[in-house]
Design a protein around this ligand. Sequence first.
Ligand SMILES: Nc1nc2c(ncn2[C@@H]2O[C@H](COP(=O)(O)OP(=O)(O)OP(=O)(O)O)[C@@H](O)[C@H]2O)c(=O)[nH]1
Length: 373
Amino acid sequence: MSGRPARQFDRETRLRLRRVCLGLLSYLMFLVPMSIAVHAGSSTMGWSGVAVFTGLAVSINGVALAAIASGWSKRFADPSLLVPQLVAAMLLALGMIHFFEGEARSVLLLLFVAVFFFGLFGLDTRRYLLLTIGTAVGYAGLSTWELASAGASQDAWLMEALRFSALVVVTIWMSFIGGYFASIRRRVATQRKELEAANARLRELSIRDELTGLYNRRHLTERLEQESERSRRYGQGFSVALIDIDHFKAINDTHGHAVGDEVLVQFAAILRLQARFVDHVGQAPERTLGRFGGEEFMIILPGTPLAGARVCLERMRAAVARTPFETSAGPLVATFSAGLAEQREDEPSQALLQRADEALYRAKQAGRDRLES
Ligand SMILES: Nc1nc2c(ncn2[C@@H]2O[C@H](COP(=O)(O)OP(=O)(O)OP(=O)(O)O)[C@@H](O)[C@H]2O)c(=O)[nH]1
């Protein structure tokens, strides 16, 4: 099949479009009582008036649909265009009411109630009350003009006053109830956002090492597994290195555990800084650095062969060796040894890790402060 792919709308836009369609449906439903009234002779609008009403309703909704679907409405504070749609509906209802008399007019006041119900999608109490004032002023103005120009009887004025007061009472009540719903909806939305933020924070905490802020062992193991899978699937190799501070026990024993912690934190900061360094031109896949446990760290270098990993680790080794750790016991110098391994085709991650560990052991045996692979 050819042709352009169907346009994908985001969740919010789909919701807004659905609401406009609902609005159009409610306009069209009003065609039923209107047509009955016209048929019964209770309206002066005639069938041409019904056609004009239908045309206007379809046009209002068509414009709203186009503005929302094209994304144009997103430039406004109210991208659902709820207020303009309600104002248009209110004006249309006022225009309609003008053509109805007597009992039919009373019944068609329900048009306004329907418009107010539509406001439940997003109006707060203040906007609802403004809509109430607009409706009341509009209706009072229209009726006064009609009655005065027809030289109506006192009874007719009283009947209109009855309709007007009922309309105002109902719309004021709807304003408060609608506003209440709006506040509940806002609260739920805020709570959902807070919950999402808390969840994101928990997720982040669950993959971090508390002391150094680097990734923890669980995340490293997961990432190693993912990298293995990716390498199997796309044939893109990667390397891994285990990094272990030399004679760390001596630092602890001589200066205390707290000073050992200070060294671990600063050691992690140096590794983090060096891990970000880009060794070659082009976008290197992001490296994953973490604390594997105790004074042992791990770095996963995606898309990096052994030679590239060596360059990175050598830069780290030199940086650690030349940077004294500023601790509460004074400046301390430390070195590290590292074992490197490049993933072999179809090699399970555990076997790769085992080879890196053996290389680390050899580095320690060979005198420390060195890399082995
Ligand atoms: N301060 C501190 N020490 C830790 C922490 N985790 C592990 N250690 C210490 O790290 C030391 C590791 O000692 P060893 O495994 O003997 O290794 P090493 O002294 O570094 O010697 P080599 O690795 O052979 O060079 C132990 O003293 C542990 O108590 C920690 O979170 N904080």
